[in-house]
Unconditional design. Structure first.
Length: 387
């Protein structure tokens, strides 16, 4: 039996590849089931009278007032999804424990879930008050809401690094030393303004390694996990940082924010058209869209739109990540270290080097490890001879 030089056998031991496949097979059914269950719940509530009845019942203690229907409708919707998803999320955590990826106890896990709710409930409630307040005030509510949705996406992208991310991790400047100097010199050579490189205390939760760039303007930051610093060699950390500098160089966060803002505005326009369809409103048990009893319908349509757009979003993300990989190779000129870094990330994260293509097309946000290593080898080989 011959070995495919471009397959996982070329760069990962059989044990490493099997370990990645085992984790993927163990957790993928639960992750997929969670998505399907959440979608099924929203469809059951939004495309039948059940959701409207639930909103009415929740608001009854407050006399069924408009504000109560909006507030309790949002609260019930968020809590129902959280309760449905909890068993699946807990199972995924349990699956990851034997693979050595979990360092956080159940108490910390529950605290993180509570933090997520404390963020999600106000955001959803505020958004729904804006939607139904405008819908009841003007026939052009969808125009103002589309503009507001775009502005909200931009604001969250700006604020998340300094407001939301610190709620889940502590960020400290990388300690002075040769590595910090090398990373800042790398950014200077790339002509990318980076005030500092931050280290996130990811080891509180996991042994997995990662790095990312978020924010833009004064909130832009390159963040590396402390697990990466304790696992990878300095040169590999440089390669990871070079990849993140590629995102900054190509303004990927700003472009993603602009695309997200445009998508949010277009989504509002489409939702407005659908929610004014009388047959759909009757199906949902609402007389008109401005009635907060249509909240479950709104959530169901948004969930359908998100599910449909998901594969296209993943394809765009993979393209952006490939470009950042190419940037790292051009900036460092070190494909051998890049390949070593990809091996390190794959093994440390217990990732499947070559997941099934349908699964990757639907949910993969990055090229597979095999694809990234193959691209580095192609880069090392240089352009093919002419003639």
């Amino acid at each position: 039996m011959t070995t495919d030089p471009g397959g996982p056998e070329a760069d990962f031991t059989p044990e490493q590849a099997a370990r990645g496949r085992a984790l993927r097979r163990a957790q993928a059914p639960w992750l997929l089931a969670a998505r399907l269950a959440s979608l099924a719940l929203l469809l059951a509530l939004g495309l039948t009278h059940a959701g409207a009845r639930l909103v009415t019942a929740a608001a009854r203690p407050a006399g069924g007032a408009w504000w109560a229907r909006v507030f309790f409708g949002a609260l019930v919707l968020v809590l129902a999804q959280e309760l449905l998803e909890l068993p699946f999320a807990a199972r995924v955590r349990a699956v990851r424990v034997p693979f050595g990826l979990v360092t956080q106890g159940w108490g910390g896990w529950w605290t993180d879930r509570a933090r997520g709710l404390l963020i999600g409930v106000p955001l959803v409630t505020g958004a729904l008050f804006a939607v139904y307040g405008l819908a009841g005030a003007t026939r052009w509510w969808w125009v103002w809401l589309a503009l507001g949705a775009a502005a909200a996406v931009a604001a969250l992208s700006w604020l998340a690094p300094v407001v939301l991310e610190p709620l889940f991790n502590r960020f400290t400047p990388m300690a002075a030393g040769p590595l910090r100097d090398a990373l800042l010199a790398l950014a200077a050579r790339d002509r990318v303004p980076v005030r500092d490189v931050l280290v996130a205390d990811a080891s509180r939760r996991t042994t997995a390694v990662n790095a990312y760039v978020s924010g833009f303007g004064r909130t832009r930051r390159v963040v590396v996990h402390d697990t990466l610093l304790s696992t990878a060699t300095p040169r590999e950390v440089e390669l990871v940082t070079a990849h993140e500098l590629g995102h900054v160089k190509h303004r990927d966060v700003a472009a993603g924010t602009a695309l997200g803002a445009a998508g949010a505005a277009a989504g509002v326009v489409l939702l407005a058209a659908l929610t004014h369809w009388p047959a759909l409103l009757r199906l949902a048990g609402a007389d008109r869209f401005a009635d907060p009893r249509s909240i479950p319908l709104l959530a169901a349509l948004a969930a359908i739109g998100s599910a449909v757009a998901g594969p296209a979003s993943c394809a765009l993300s993979r393209r952006v990540e490939r470009r950042a990989d190419r940037h790292a190779l051009l900036l460092t000129g070190d494909p051998a270290a890049f390949i070593a870094m990809q091996r390190r990330l794959t093994v440390a994260n217990v990732a499947d080097p070559a997941p099934p293509r349908p699964l990757h097309v639907l949910f993969g946000t990055h090229p597979t490890a095999v694809q990234r290593i193959a691209a580095a080898r192609e880069f090392a080989a240089g352009p093919p001879p002419v003639g």
